[in-house]
Write a protein that binds this ligand. Sequence first.
Ligand SMILES: [Zn+2]
Length: 556
Amino acid sequence: MFLRSLAASTALFLATSAMAQQDADTSGIDTEHLVETVRTMASDQFEGRAPGTVGEERTIGYLIGRLQGLGLEPAGEDGTWTQKVPLLHTRLGEPQTLAFAHDGTTTTLEFPKDIYVSTLQPSDNARIDDAPLVFVGYGIDAPERGWDDFKGVDLEGKVAVFLVNDPDFHAGEDEPVAGSFGGRTMTYYGRWTYKFAEASRQGAVGALIVHETEAAGYGWNVIESPGGENYDVVRKPEEVTSLALQGWISGETATALFADAGYDLAELSKTARRKDFQPIDLDTTVSASFPVTQEVVDSQNVLAKITGTARPDETVIYGAHWDAYGEGKPDAQGRIYRAGANDDALGVAGLFEIARAFKAAPAPERSVVFAFWTAEERGLLGSEYYAANPLFPLARTVANFDLDILQTAGLAKDVILVGKGQGTLEDDLARFAAEQGRTVSEESLPERGLFFRADHFSLAKRGVPVMLMMGIAGASDLVEGGKEAGQAWVDAYTGDCYHAACDAWSEEWNLAGAAQDIALFRDMGAELANSDKWPGWKDGSEFKAVREESAAVRGD
Ligand SMILES: [Zn+2]
């Protein structure tokens, strides 16, 4: 039974893939369908698809209509198509207090020039009173690497000060730490999201990351650009962060803070690259008080499924985000909506095409879920809410495939892999790419940590094996024009259109390469949906341990 249906449905997909070597149109992905979806979702009627707006209402209605038309089943809450996602939106006002105190001297700080912070606590006032500052190096607790920066220090009621990125980012080849955190490749421990979460786990009331342009990957202008605003999902009281304020301290301010306490930041940064680093009390306290405006925005994920015939409680989940940036200032052509045609209406269009292929094939043995996340652009929040409140158990979620920005410059000889070395799905990707006559290339700037910056990551950090397709992760080796043309496309998109009104559909789009990328995910998911295999994490992945905690549930 199992073998027969596996053979039947993979044969279908493999046949279409093999033909794709000669002609992209036989990938089985209909590029006309893709265009139609993108043009609809990016039209003015949808007002840039910002969560909580009339644009959301229209988008949700449109998605549900399409899913019904495709013959899928609702997979949201209580037999509906949606999962409610309440979002917390906060904004800091002008600080009433913001100062360091050391040895009887108070130093007033300027916001956002010296320190940039925001809050994710649902409170009208974000306040820290005379909390001791403790330098915790890179602030990493990574048992699988035998690394613990905290060494049991008590952070309760204190403010943790961190270095950005991970300990081997600046390390020379002769240092023992070299290569143990992926070299230039950023690990999860290098991300500010990890550092804030870890500080909260340890009970700190505040967290400040020392800014440094090279290791952060961006300048202070990017840090301060949200203007004191932040978003989170609404959390249960026991899951609200312990951090009243979280953010960044400028390199200059940090250097002065350390010097006042009798330390050299540059020297201590080197010490922090050692396993035997000990946290340092900076003999300084910080006080801060900001008025906070807060509101709850009601948004929704949309979920649909095809129920598996043999093992319906095991799920392969495809994802893309429906939200975009809403309304903004008019661009040169007078466009006010930042409609995310590529980011991520094209991903949504890809999911519809994958769903269409699944419906045309014999029903899969495992269930296949199609998730259309909200609020990706606010910080992966729709997928985070789902992962914190899953509608299908994560322990039996086989894999998550996420489409978020596809290249629109035509056929490519390769596919770009994001997060090399993380999971076994990359081996499947290489195998299916070879079926298409393509090779796998690595993302070009792994130090940017793209692997941690799209919706698949909300599931990955809870152990679900994942794969992300993101066209701007590197220069595709285009059939016409090679890598140079691929890089030119990436530069043009990221330079002009990313998160801007210019991310609009254009007649110049050539979706032949995107169709192949979508077909790859369709085929990888179809194989898993018709097998009893459980993909996993590779040795050294920071997510292997959390998946293994639930190994008994899968019998692997
Ligand atoms: Zn996106």
